[in-house]
Design a protein around this ligand. Sequence first.
Ligand code: ATP
Ligand code: MG
Length: 413
Amino acid sequence: MAVKKLQSIRGIHDGLPAEVRLWQRVETAARKVFGTYAFSEVRLPVLEPTELFVRSIGEATDIVSKEMYAFSDQGGDNICLRPEGTAGAVRAYLQGGLTRSGSQRWFYIGPMFRRERPQKGRLRQFQQIGVEMFGANGPLEDAEILAMAHSFLSELGIAGLTLEINSLGCADCRPGYREVLLDYLHARKEHLCETCVDRMEKNPMRVLDCKEVSCQTQLNDAPEMIDHLCEACDTHFSGLKSGLNALAVPYHINARIVRGLDYYNRTAFEIVTDQLGSQGTVLAGGRYDGLVSELGGPATSAIGFAAGLERLGMLLAASDTALVDVAVVALGESVLGYSMQQGAALRAEGFTVVHCGGGSAKRQFKVADREGARFVVVIGDEEMQQNRITLKEMATGEQKQLDVDQLVGALQK
Ligand code: ATP
Ligand code: MG
């Protein structure tokens, strides 16, 4: 009888070495750039009380209403695999008693879980690199956070990204806008998709980012939040734009950005690519001045963003760099030990080296090829006697004889 093959859960996939290498490039860029802005890493739990997300993200959102992996554990506690990082960060900020310690600048890297319909760029377990800043009052902080996100993605050399910004207003101006928008939507109700009709009353702004074409065509002249901002929000938005101009960070205004979570106010933004079809948002975030107090802390303004590691990895895939610097080919049993020593010496200099294992030259060159080595170092009996090696550059096929002590210099070039 055939044994049924075990498979991972749909939408939850393995990070095999080739993909993890791409993720690590993203992580390295993040650590480097975030560090220059004095952000420190936090490591927060994957399991949180379900209530944390219900209270912060909001019951009417997609995440809370249908995407959470929530269950009661063997002791009867209601717990949940975190769907995002901000709520847990706020909890940790409060629980850690940091509200009087001045601004906190945090970043985290880790898995998030949402029971979404699996497709390209949309997984049920995915990873985010997230940033949260507590005690960030003005538009200057917004501009700097956006400049940091911009530098992070520039560091990765990904082309064709656009920063889009919007303002979501505040508790003073949003209710008025909500009414104007609801009137507009009511007049077009029969042309909207079912989901939008359902969520219209609870959260009319979500209709603005519906992906259905039928809805989007109805929204061409929809009223926009940025035309209904109160004076304080309008000043904030202008301050953000001047800050971005001063820092030479290019942006577009996109009045359709609403974000899927309830806690955002004022600044909201996304960085999008045209490379990944409809899952083109690689980084997204905004200001959430009300969340800390909502969860029981003192009034604290805050802003953050999160970037999807898998989506960024897909954009880097085309430019994966060679992993192996040098493959060592040993011609004959007698040079095996010596060739291994030469490999070890190169590793001590910081090069990534694989030994092709001896045997026929043909087989060893095949190994070097499969490893994607940039260089092959060939060592035979004669070379060993004379303290020389043959160095072959794989991309060009160029080959030369060198003294062993010239090798490191030649590789560094
Ligand atoms: P979308 O509109 O694509 O559903 P979202 O508003 O749900 O995005 P956020 O919660 O802001 O996304 O998450 C920030 C980033 O995390 C996204 O821009 C994306 O890069 C990544 N991300 C979100 N959900 C997923 C997922 N299911 N699979 C892979 N990456 C994801
Ligand atoms: Mg989503």
